[in-house]
Design a protein around this ligand. Structure first.
Ligand code: C5P
Length: 215
């Protein structure tokens, strides 16, 4: 079984996707982490994403692997270094680049092929696995999403400012929804869930019910 979960930043999709994967014993794949990891690597190597030759070479020398839902890049576990506001911005810019999307889409399909997977991102139901057995599009109001991201950063010990987060989130949504390749949008056959006034447990129960209906 393949389950696609898409939605904007801070919608709570990662949290419920992880919980659902645990509940079902499926592999959880955070595709946003893959975009973030590529952005982080570009920064580490001081490569301008517009430098196509250098970008191609970097991608050729990048490998992703996953085991027990732990995602690795180049043999190293991807950690919280990719969760900073700077990498959030950079990943959204890097995600517009065709070479990056082709590379990561192919990696994600390779992972999804193994089955029993919950893959989470922006274009999973529309582009990466359009044949997914179930597709969810999880969203919430920008204010609620900013509040959640603020709490999450604080928990990670990263300094955070609510207004700045809200503005950056709106900007990132605009970026992700308006890009030419694989923009953020619900698949035609996606179940849309607005979590603004829902608890995580309520969202999880709803997803579990939908999975049971399917199975
Ligand atoms: O989900 P997360 O906020 O960690 O993703 C970081 C960025 O990666 C997003 O803003 C988006 O631009 C990009 N992304 C994407 N396609 C995906 C997952 C993430 O373009 N499937």
């Amino acid at each position: 079984m393949k389950i696609a979960i898409d939605g904007p930043a801070g919608s709570g999709k990662s949290t419920v996707a992880k919980m659902l994967a645990e509940r079902l014993g499926f592999t959880y794949v955070d595709t946003g982490a893959m975009y973030r990891a590529v952005a982080w690597k570009l920064k580490q190597h001081d490569i301008d994403p517009d430098n196509t030759d250098a970008l191609r070479e970097l991608l050729e020398n990048t490998q992703f692997s996953i085991s027990d839902s732990v995602l690795c890049m180049d043999g190293r576990k991807i950690g919280d270094e990719i969760r900073t506001p700077e990498i959030s911005r950079l990943s959204s810019d890097v995600a517009k680049i065709a070479e990056v999307r082709h590379f990561l889409t192919a990696e994600q399909r390779r992972i999804a092929e193994k089955g029993n997977v919950i893959m989470e991102g922006r274009d999973i139901g529309t582009v990466v696995i359009p044949d997914a057995d179930l597709k969810f599009f999880i969203t919430a109001s920008p204010e609620e999403r900013a509040r959640r991201r603020y709490e999450q950063l604080k928990r990670l010990g990263i300094e955070a400012n609510y207004d700045r987060i809200l503005n950056e989130l709106i900007q990132r949504d605009r970026n992700d929804s308006s890009r030419e390749i694989a923009p953020l949008k619900p698949a035609k056959d996606a179940i849309i869930i607005d979590t603004t006034n829902m608890t995580i447990d309520e969202v999880l129960d709803l997803l579990v019910r939908k999975v049971r209906d399917k199975g």
